[in-house]
Design a protein around this ligand. Structure first.
Ligand SMILES: [Cu+2]
Length: 136
């Protein structure tokens, strides 16, 4: 019985040695997860193109449905709030600050007050809710 266990442990050590040479297995796994999360964040930097017409942002679960939104200044933005809590679409600089009550939809008719460029937006009530707006 002891001999079988010893052989099994040798096999385990040999196998893990192949994947994570010379390292602590738990630490190596943690590093892999961190790397994967970083790749996901990088991919979400790609903006959703909504320049073809009025844009739509949906809020659900205390988050905007898109991390980055590309819009045309000559169009508007419709904000749909699916939560049971009021939220806002507040663009940095304060030119646009649209509150959307719980379960309601609000519309910013035009983004022409914003010069072309990249802006951050957030929710006035929940600062961790953030997004990026690229105005063309
Ligand atoms: Cu909010």
């Amino acid at each position: 019985m002891f001999a079988v266990l010893a052989v099994l442990m040798l096999v385990v050590v040999a196998c893990s040695g192949k994947y994570k040479p010379g390292g602590d297995t738990a630490g190596a796994d943690l590093g892999t997860e961190t790397g994967a999360a970083g790749e996901t964040a990088g991919a979400s930097a790609d903006c959703t193109d909504q320049t073809g017409g009025d844009a739509t942002i949906t809020i659900s679960g205390f988050a905007y449905d898109t991390a980055c939104l590309r819009v045309s200044a000559s169009n508007g933005v419709t904000i749909v709030n699916e939560d049971q809590s009021a939220h806002s679409f507040s663009v940095e600089g304060g030119v646009i600050d649209q509150t959307v009550d719980a379960g309601q939809t609000a519309k910013v008719k035009s983004l022409s007050a914003l010069a072309p460029g990249t802006y951050s937006f957030n929710c006035r009530f929940h600062p961790p809710m953030v997004g990026t707006l690229v105005v063309e």
